[in-house]
Ligand binder design. Structure first.
Ligand SMILES: [Zn+2]
Length: 280
């Protein structure tokens, strides 16, 4: 290949974040920001009017050409983007997803009814899960996810994304949030703008719970809150105080649990917000 062609190919691969694209087509019809790593959120840009699919799912493309997708905690090693220009055949680009190692965390001494909920609360738990699932399905045209995410509060990190919790010796579902150890009553700020998609004062596991829809399937959730200061449908700005932290629901102590999703895929909020430098 010519030197020019090689340079073009290098430039294209840089834009694509180390793409293992099919063939050596120099000119990709999109750019991407983010890592091909479990728990990552990737933001893409293409020419408006192009169609994009991630692992077969059609993505919303904004009028400016922005699209977004996330890689789950257990995202398989191979992923694919498909891009179709108007009137052209779709092109497929394949990527290797970096696998992560997750912590194992043992928590003992919990009241047995919180580890294995009594049958009487199964209906309540199912209802909570349905509400959260419905909120995560929103595919709104907002583009708040393009903002640089900030920490909702500052404090020591006491739990991380992906860790497997073993409660009283029984393996439970992985922990998807980042826990910030803060006293009850600490103001919780919106890490990016959005619209409130769930506001429940008393969910069984998560206590006072809020969700923000940041657009195109990207959502934040805040758990164990002591007080909610917004309601469903409220539009919030980045940095706005939306709640006070607490220890409600199945919390072992006061902390804020911040989770992020792209639809049902669990995203690592800590990676998105980066280093906690100053008090928000
Ligand atoms: Zn937590």
């Amino acid at each position: 290949m010519s030197v020019l062609r090689a340079l073009l190919l290098m430039a294209a691969l840089t834009f694509a974040g180390g793409a293992a694209a099919d063939g050596d087509d120099a000119k990709l019809p999109f750019t991407l920001q983010g890592d091909w790593r479990q728990g990552a959120l990737l933001i893409g840009h293409t020419v408006p009017g192009n169609q994009v699919w991630f692992n077969g799912r059609a993505l919303s493309v904004s009028p400016d050409g922005d699209f977004v997708f996330g890689l789950d905690r257990d995202e398989p090693a191979q992923a694919e983007l498909k891009v179709q220009l108007p009137g052209a055949a779709p092109q497929v680009y394949r990527y290797a997803v970096e696998k992560r190692q997750y912590e194992i965390q043992n928590i003992n001494g919990l009241p047995p009814k919180m580890v294995n909920p009594p049958p009487a609360v199964q209906q309540r738990i199912a209802n909570d899960q349905r509400l959260a699932r419905e909120a995560r399905q929103h595919d709104s045209p907002r583009r708040d996810f393009l903002q640089r995410f900030i920490w909702p509060c500052a404090g020591p990190i006491s739990g991380v994304y992906g860790s497997q919790r073993i409660l009283n010796g029984e393996p439970k579902q992985p922990h998807y949030g980042v826990d910030v150890a803060v006293p009850v009553g600490t103001p919780v700020r919106a890490p990016a703008g959005g619209v409130i998609s769930l506001a429940e004062k008393d969910m069984y596991f998560t206590g006072g719970t809020l969700m923000i829809d940041h657009g195109q399937g990207v959502a934040s959730a805040f758990l164990h809150l002591s007080k909610l200061l917004v309601k469903v449908g409220d539009v919030v700005q980045q940095g706005q105080v939306i709640a006070l932290s607490g220890k409600t629901g199945r919390a072992t102590g006061p902390h804020l649990d911040w989770r992020m999703n792209w639809f049902e895929s669990r995203i690592d909020a800590q990676q998105l917000a980066g280093a906690m430098t100053a008090k928000p």
